[in-house]
Design a protein. Structure first.
Length: 255
């Protein structure tokens, strides 16, 4: 395929949730979209169909970002299809649910598994796209978590993996500039089926009540509101790099 006139975004983990919302937002902004999935092919194809309906080009590519060869292959598909990469959104992630105080409920294998996707996967994707993005300039947005800043969240391993992502965020902003900007968002509770299934109905309701009660906005985040901030960093923050933005409606503000 000849080089497309439109700009190109790769969104990892975009078959559902935040990643899917970002892909849809990108299509509205006339970006061609590489939709990445690990296991949810049907969801990815639905996102592709939505993007195509907006008049842009889109492809779904299965890849585990924990594998370096898969990350390089994703970048290769974008370049082979459209001849460029303008935005990378590192959204793919995984977790486990274990109270932070349950020290026997988590082990080294859990840390390795979460770091492989959440931290190493993000780095590998940055490394894979950097040579092409350096040519034309671009933006990388890392989807971390409020857990990285507050030491809370679904598990200790998850919080640590996202804190490490913020270290990558800062270092890569310094090293890849001025051609490439690197920023991060740190969502708090995000409304959706994935979290509800992980927490269970009762705990999900308690967590939702906690966030909405504490948040001055009176609301929790949705995939679409998170996508709005991701897109701000992707295309609207022309002189911002190495920063992260907490997205929790103000719930983490000190009293």
């Amino acid at each position: 395929m000849a080089e497309a006139e439109g700009k190109v975004v790769i969104v990892t983990g975009s078959s559902s949730g935040i990643g899917a919302a970002v892909a849809r937002r990108a299509a509205h902004e006339n970006f061609h979209v590489l939709v990445n999935y690990n296991s949810n092919r049907d969801g990815a194809e639905e996102v592709v169909a939505y993007c195509l309906d907006q008049g842009v080009e889109a492809v779904a590519v299965g890849a585990d970002v924990g594998e370096d060869a898969a990350c390089r292959a994703l970048a290769g598909v974008a370049v082979d299809t459209w001849g460029r990469i303008d935005v990378l959104v590192n959204n793919a992630g995984t977790t486990m649910f274990c109270p932070h105080g349950d020290l026997e409920g988590i082990d080294a294998d859990d840390f390795h598994r979460l770091y492989q996707v959440n931290t190493i996967g993000a780095f590998q994707m940055i490394r894979a796209v950097a040579p092409e993005m350096k040519k034309t300039g671009g933006s990388i947005v890392n989807v971390a978590s409020v857990a990285a800043v507050l030491g809370v969240g679904s598990s200790l391993a998850y919080a640590c993996s996202k804190a490490a992502m913020l270290a990558i965020n800062k270092s890569m902003a310094r090293e890849l500039g001025p051609e490439i900007q690197v920023n991060a968002v740190c969502p708090g509770m995000v409304k959706g089926d994935w979290l509800a299934e992980g927490l269970g109905e009762e705990l999900y309701a308690r967590v939702e009540n906690h966030f909405t009660t504490r948040a001055p906005s009176g609301q929790i985040m949705t995939p679409e509101t998170v996508a709005d901030s991701i897109w701000f960093f992707a295309v609207g923050a022309s002189n911002v790099t190495g920063e992260y933005l907490i997205l929790d409606g103000g719930a983490s503000l000190p009293y």
